[in-house]
Design a protein around this ligand. Structure first.
Ligand code: C5P
Length: 226
């Protein structure tokens, strides 16, 4: 299991300071919408130059051709992992994978199943079915489209692997390693749970960057996932 630290702080300087502190550790960094919209390709490249594996978390969702165009640009940045919404459909995912297959090196591509901030009720209101049934279907067509795995809550990780196989990657946000506030997340879990549910990557943001000592918090998490 790998730790992916979310660089979701308010300013570029704060994000870079945290990256500097964590430099040299066997972790990934996640660049999200705010940071990417503000700090752009340059910021991503500086993280790559620091030696980090980078997950560009833009959760792309559009018509197939537009998604393929966008994913190609993401891949050209040299990031190691990107994502798109499973609810954009199988055609869009196939278009993306077909486009990326023309490149010399392609990032890992994950689909986003159900956001970890959704409760089952809120999810059903939008998708008309339970999270479990929807995620099961999404896992099947994500795998059929040739993607590498899915972003999901810890609670769906083992089920996704049952459906799509052990090598199909699961990346799980909503991790609260120190059992503190869940913030705006609903389906949260701790490290033990993430391990037992076979999560390949855990994403941790606030429990690290809001900690008094983010480096110490990161070490504690790394020790916990050993
Ligand atoms: O601060 P926290 O640990 O809750 O951050 C979780 C990160 O993972 C955020 O950057 C959020 O955008 C992202 N994420 C998520 N749920 C998903 C996909 C991504 O929380 N389903």
């Amino acid at each position: 299991m790998k730790l992916c630290v979310a660089l979701d702080m308010e300013t570029k300087k704060q994000n870079l300071d945290l990256a500097m502190k964590l430099k040299g550790l066997d972790i990934w960094l996640k660049v999200g919408l705010r940071s990417y919209l503000r700090d752009g390709a340059c910021f991503v490249k500086s993280l790559k130059n620091m030696g980090f594996k980078v997950f560009l978390d833009l959760k792309i969702y559009d018509i197939p051709n537009t998604m393929a165009d966008a994913c190609e640009v993401c891949a050209d940045l040299g990031v190691d992992m990107i994502n798109l919404h499973a609810s954009s459909g199988k055609k869009a995912m196939v278009a993306v994978m077909e486009r990326l297959s023309r490149l010399n090196s392609k990032p890992l591509v994950l689909s986003v199943s159900a956001l970890t901030s959704f409760s089952d009720d809120e999810f059903s209101e939008i998708y008309g079915m339970s999270i479990n049934s929807a995620v099961r279907n999404m896992a099947i067509f994500t795998q059929n489209a040739g993607l590498d795995g899915m972003v999901c809550s810890v609670f769906e990780s083992a089920m996704i692997k049952d459906v799509a196989g052990e090598n199909f990657i699961t990346l799980t946000p909503g991790i609260r390693p120190f059992g503190k506030s869940s913030d705006d997340q609903v389906r949260v879990a701790n490290l033990e749970m993430a391990k037992s549910q076979k999560s390949d990557f855990i994403v941790v943001g606030r429990p690290i960057y809001e900690a008094k000592d983010p480096l110490k918090a990161t070490f504690e998490i790394l020790k916990g996932i050993e």
